[in-house]
Write a protein that binds this ligand. Sequence first.
Ligand SMILES: [Fe+2]
Length: 149
Amino acid sequence: MVTTVGTEASFPELVENLLLLEHDAIAAYQQAIERLENPSFKDAIAGFKSDHDRHVRELTALATSSGATPHQEGDAKQMLTTGKVALASIMGDSAILTAMRSNEEDTVTAYERASRHAEAPADARAMFERAHQDELRHRQWMQNASSAS
Ligand SMILES: [Fe+2]
């Protein structure tokens, strides 16, 4: 499923949807950490999850200052992000990382749009651009690791 996050009309809506997306992503990271067998993959995924935890802290601050709702958990899409990781785990680590990489497509796209969002103030755009770089790095690692394992 392709995300629509980043196409919101207003800045508070954008921040709220990014927070939901982050919580959905973190749930999938948690699922992957629990199910991966290779300890070095677990460590790498845990490191990436800490980037997402930082995004949530930064987005929560933006939500508070802009009057948006600082969501503390994800929405129904969490079933999708975690479900595909759980299902993939039957086939092993490589399949888990492939499922995770498909989740990264949404975060890469969402932050790419957010960093260019017309309603976003400069400090928020800078945060979105940093998060975009994090997501590109996560996706690249998952691509390499899933094809090498
Ligand atoms: Fe990520």
